[in-house]
Design a protein around this ligand. Sequence first.
Ligand code: SF4
Length: 338
Amino acid sequence: MTEPLVQVRNLEKHFPVRGGVLQRTTGWVKAVTGVSFDIAKGETLGLVGESGCGKSTLGRMLVRLLDPTGGSILFENVDIATASGNELKTLRRDVQMIFQDPYSSLDPRTQVGSSIAEGLKIHGIGDSDEVQERVSEMLELVGLERHHASRFPHEFSGGQRQRIGIARALILRPRFVVADEPVSALDVSVQAQVLNLLSELQQELDLTLLFIAHNLAVVEHVSDRVAVMYLGDIVEIAHRDDLYREPQHPYTEALLSAIPIPDPTLKRDRVVLVGDVPSPLNPPTGCKFHPRCPIAHLGVCDIETPHLEYVAEGSIHEASCHLRTGAYRHLDPSRTNT
Ligand code: SF4
């Protein structure tokens, strides 16, 4: 991997659960439980998992919309997790977020040109002519037209509004962007257009991207590497082709098996997961996936916590599964949960 732009180490986020008349803390929801990974300059890392797995919480910490409970996020040797004052203000120019629902982040009474220009004004960049010119250029860059600057959000389609959201995020020319489910609220017919736009912009503006989605089919086309999250942990991370061709974690296998194949002559065995994602308030012991895992080996999987390990010597493919890596690789999977 080329030089990392972002280095995440042991990142955690715990939310307090309050109860009673005095609203005392009665427990903690451990949304992200100590994840570590790098993102190389110019790379797109896809981050997938079911809703509630902690991926959006992780993304929000990377742009410091949420304060981490522990761990570090190094961006060119500055720790986003603890930055404050001017250091944090400078980071906010370099690190931006594209949201799932651009409509909720756009003021319905503000012309889209003013919404896009907001970041420039906050950072005191350019006089009014320069601001107007940069907004016009950005509108063209995202496939809209200069005159759209004077229109209001309700005058645009869902796909166009997401283009406006992208323009807002990119107006400061950030170097690292977290895109949180940027196409999930869009019609399938316009999803591909927005995905293509993001890929083009990444090339043109030399962006580094964390692309969050609940669907492995969506991240396949935009990602260089893919990380799979389950209940606050990254359970597998690999180069895109390795992960799609030879997934090692049973959870990744299950997610992949749900993707329809557009060829009726090909068949893929569907791995149906039993039960729902357990509560992060009271996660299962050992491997958190064991109550749903079709190959769980009870006596090991429900007791010992697996950690990310390389699946083979010299490989960059990592998975956290006792039966696929490490000392218990020799165990026969017993279908104890089916
Ligand atoms: Fe399944 Fe055990 Fe691997 Fe967890 S460690 S994924 S329960 S086989």
